[in-house]
Ligand binder design. Structure first.
Ligand code: HEC
Ligand code: HEC
Length: 332
């Protein structure tokens, strides 16, 4: 009861700070605004689809399999596991706050969340389905038909409506009120001295040149290994895969640092398990800077102040398949 009162009081304090937007500190990072839900029925439908493994060939893999909302919207694996236990090519980025990124995927090949959502369903290494089959499965389930009808005004919905609903759900997956956000909004006590020192170092040493904006990332593509090359066996080319330009080889979308404490392992190849090592590598490879143990610990402490209020998800109960629903094919 006591802790409930305390968190309720903190919530009210957070709201009070949020109300006075004018008092937000003038920093290269801005606080997250809580999601405004304008169409709850669409969000609810999108949530069901996000959790529905029947969008995969095996009937076993959902978006949540690789973007687990119990684990910071990622899978905490080096690279993801797809259909028939296939080894994924790249680390799964978090879906939390992904609506705040300028583009989706490490190489930015999808411009919007809606465009992105069609990808994994039809990717043979991920959900291994086809858009046609996904539509056929959902259209065979009476409760889905009724829900799509209520939300989109049509029973003959297609992949367009499916990906739209998923994207609208994903837009609600923002994590406001991290300690750092409370500090940005004027609460001097929200950060420890060590965290504040870490933030000063983060700014002064140049991390913020790439990790900036609301998401501390997601605003540009940057070369991995600017000063010193990054050693990896992962064949991903980065942005060059989209632009075809040699200059974009090994440029990746700068990942968000929001909730980074939860989204290990790090980097596009998932090769690094700890924040301590990730900060050390970033310092040396991107800035030519060797942090002392104390400086490294300060930056890591700052990064942990970026863990926000996680979306509260009530597990959706999915409508049962109908007699006519095509059945999953987990094994060939
Ligand atoms: C088998 C694992 C797997 C499944 C299933 C999966 N994803 Fe992903 N997702 C990934 C990986 C890996 C990437 C990064 C791919 C890349 O950048 O090339 C990714 C990238 C993304 C991104 C981009 C985030 C960013 O910041 O760039 C979003 C959003 C996303 N997935 C949403 C979804 C949705 C919605 C579904 C369900 C329709 C889904 N994913 C299913 C593994 C998965
Ligand atoms: C020149 C731009 C640039 C600078 C400067 C920079 N970063 Fe990065 N950062 C990136 C890019 C690009 C990646 C993704 C690289 C990859 O995955 O191959 C990244 C990844 C990270 C990651 C891993 C995130 C994840 O989810 O995988 C952390 C943590 C990080 N940076 C922290 C820092 C810190 C701390 C500093 C300052 C010491 C810093 N960065 C400086 C561009 C930059």
């Amino acid at each position: 009861m006591l802790s409930f009162r305390l968190s309720a009081a903190l919530l009210v304090m957070g709201m009070a700070f949020g109300a006075s937007a004018a008092s937000v500190r003038n920093e290269p990072v801005q606080p997250i605004t809580p999601a405004e839900i304008t169409d709850p029925a669409k969000v609810e439908l999108g949530k069901k689809l996000f959790f529905d493994p029947r969008l995969s060939k095996s009937g076993f893999i959902s978006c949540n399999s690789c973007h687990n909302l119990s684990m910071g919207g990622s899978d905490n694996l080096k690279t993801s596991i797809g259909d028939r236990w296939q080894e994924g090519p790249i680390n799964s980025p978090t879906v939390l706050n992904s609506s705040l990124n300028m583009a989706q995927f490490w190489d930015g090949r999808a411009g919007t969340l809606k465009e992105q959502a069609g990808g994994p369903i039809a990717n043979p290494k991920e959900m291994a389905f086809t858009h046609e089959l996904a539509v056929e499965v959902l259209r065979s389930i009476p409760q889905y038909v009724a829900e799509f009808n209520a939300v989109y005004g049509k029973e003959d919905f297609g992949i367009d409506e499916i990906t739209d609903a998923i994207a609208v759900f994903e837009e609600t997956l923002v994590t406001p009120d991290a300690p750092f956000d409370l500090w940005l909004k004027g609460d001097d006590n929200a950060l420890t001295e060590q965290q504040l020192a870490g933030y000063q170092l983060f700014k002064n040493s140049g991390c913020v040149a790439c990790h900036n904006g609301v998401n501390l990332g997601g605003t540009s593509f940057q070369k991995m290994g600017l000063i010193e090359p990054y050693q990896t066996t992962n064949p991903a080319e980065g942005r060059a895969a989209v632009t075809g330009k040699d200059a974009d080889r090994f440029s990746f979308k700068v990942p968000t640092l929001r909730n980074v404490e939860l989204t290990y392992p790090y980097f596009h190849d998932g090769a690094v398990d700890t924040l301590t090592e990730a900060v050390d590598i970033m310092g040396r490879l991107q800035l030519g800077r060797h942090f002392t143990d104390e400086e490294n610990a300060q930056i890591v402490a700052f990064l942990k102040s970026l863990t926000g209020k996680q979306p509260e998800i009530t597990l959706p109960i999915l409508p049962p398949s109908h007699d006519n629903t095509p059945r999953p094919v987990p094994f060939d």
